[in-house]
Design a binder for this molecule. Structure first.
Ligand code: NAP
Length: 431
């Protein structure tokens, strides 16, 4: 029994996917049942580094999602449109869908899964988060019986590469970004990566799977890494931390169904398992009861790695179709059936440690005044260090104990009004 595959997109991931499909030897035996029927692209004239079966390439993507010889449509276009419309059309035509597109799922997941559940087809997305790292199926299946308390991810390779380079070479953000763009690690328009949007799309998907509710993408609190300076990376290092862009989803109170969802640069203690994830690598740490911690680590992008995840989804569908051409009922271990929205707590309610760096004029009693302002707002301090001098100003770094974000922000508003405080160049959260 042959299962017809239609690829939408033959770029980096599409080509990697086609390569695996066209060379099944030594891989999963079910790949022997897969036939690559069509591959849809924008331009037929573009040079392609792959030998496709004759007549496979087309610019008519609508024909692919309607083709009766295709059972699985693999969306590897990226972006919101025409990806959303074509996925919905494929579902309406009874095709199973595999996608690597976190943006379309984070924004239109509700519409897509509602349609898929009604049509009795699967929409699988292992490649959408963490590239080649298996994390979607583990969350749905292997870890599903745990009460998940927290998911912490380094899930954007571009920002992790930039922060790693800044740490290793003492370089500034702009310099490293330009270098990353030259090497192809960052896009010409890097905003989706460096402003945290890509990581926010991905943590919305992970949170939905880990905590079993739908997530509105706009509910994810998001800060990027543009304001991180070489000075902060160096001070953090002196204090025993590395700075990482973390995406965090957690349920602060197991008795409540409310979640904290956030993406922001974070000081991570250097002995924490996620602190040593460097360069373009990704990692996702899942904490649950009774499991404890488990960490997934590997290549978060790249043609081969991402294609490995895409084809694992294709093989899964082929396995399900193997015994029965028509799926009577969706398997709850693979489908996505929850319909309620998770309650998301505002960032003000977060309880966390903070790092703040102050430039202060040389006036008597500054450190005492800082301590008093923080104390009046129930912000207790773990350490206060005068770390250097900049022109005529002292550079003071403060690390707090766990405090409520709202209290910390109120204290900071007061501190910014103090005569001795010239500037607060950075405020970062600490894991
Ligand atoms: P890409 O290299 O830009 O390839 C996109 C492909 O889609 C190209 O073949 C392009 O056609 C085709 N395409 C785009 N818009 C089209 C349109 N309107 N009509 C027809 N064809 C169209 O993208 P990619 O890096 O492979 O990424 C694909 C997806 O995988 C994205 O959702 C991305 O987020 C996800 N992903 C990528 C990676 C990675 O390492 N690259 C990792 C994880 C997930 P032409 O070839 O004719 O231009």
């Amino acid at each position: 029994m042959a299962i017809g595959i239609g690829l939408l997109g033959l770029g980096t991931v599409g080509t990697g996917t086609a390569e695996i499909l066209l060379s099944p030897q030594g891989r999963h035996p079910l790949l022997g049942e897969v036939v690559l029927k069509r591959a849809g692209v924008r331009s037929l004239d573009k040079p392609r580094n792959i030998d496709l079966p004759a007549g496979c390439l087309t610019t008519d993507l609508e024909a692919i999602v309607k083709d009766p010889e295709i059972q699985v449509v693999v969306e590897l276009l990226g972006g919101l449109e025409p990806a959303r419309t074509l996925i919905l059309a494929a579902i309406a035509n009874g095709k199973h869908v595999v996608t690597a597109n976190k943006a379309v799922i984070a924004k239109y997941g509700e519409e897509i899964y509602t349609a898929a559940n009604k049509a009795g087809v699967y929409v699988l997305l292992e490649a959408a988060v963490g590239g080649g790292i298996p994390i979607i199926k583990p969350l749905k299946q292997s870890l599903g019986v745990n009460r998940i308390t927290r998911v912490i991810g380094i899930i954007n390779g571009t920002t992790n590469y930039i922060l790693t380079q800044m740490a290793q070479h003492g370089a500034d953000f702009g310099e490293v970004l330009a270098e990353a763009q030259k090497l192809g690690y960052a896009e010409a328009d890097p905003s989706a990566d460096v402003d945290g949007g890509d990581a926010a799309d991905k943590i919305a998907i992970l949170a939905s799977l880990a905590f079993g509710g739908r997530i509105r993408r706009e509910d994810v609190y998001c800060e990027g890494i543009r304001s991180i300076s070489a000075a902060d990376i160096s001070f953090a290092k002196k204090l025993g931390f590395v700075i990482k862009l973390l995406a965090i989803a957690e349920r602060p109170d197991l008795e409540e169904d409310a979640l904290q969802l956030r993406v922001h640069p974070t000081l991570v203690p250097k002995d924490h398992p996620i602190a040593s994830v460097n360069g373009v690598f990704n990692a996702i740490l899942v904490e649950g009861e009774p499991l404890g911690q488990v960490m997934f680590y590997g290549p978060g992008a790249g043609a081969g790695a991402t294609a490995s995840a895409v084809v694992s989804d294709i093989v899964h569908v082929v396995g399900l179709l193997h015994s029965d051409q028509v799926i009577q009922k969706l398997n709850p271990l693979l489908g996505c059936t929850h319909e309620h929205y998770s309650k998301i707590l505002p960032i003000d309610t977060l309880k966390t440690r903070f790092y703040a760096r102050f430039l202060s004029r040389d006036l008597p009693g500054v450190i005492g005044d800082l301590g008093t302002c923080f104390g009046q707002h129930q912000v207790s301090l773990e350490s206060v260090v005068q770390i250097g001098l900049q022109d005529d100003c002292a550079e003071i770094v403060v690390v707090t104990h766990d405090v409520h974000e709202a209290n910390f922000r109120e204290a900071m508003r007061e501190i910014e009004g103090l005569e001795a405080i010239k500037e607060v160049p950075s405020i970062l959260r600490v894991l």
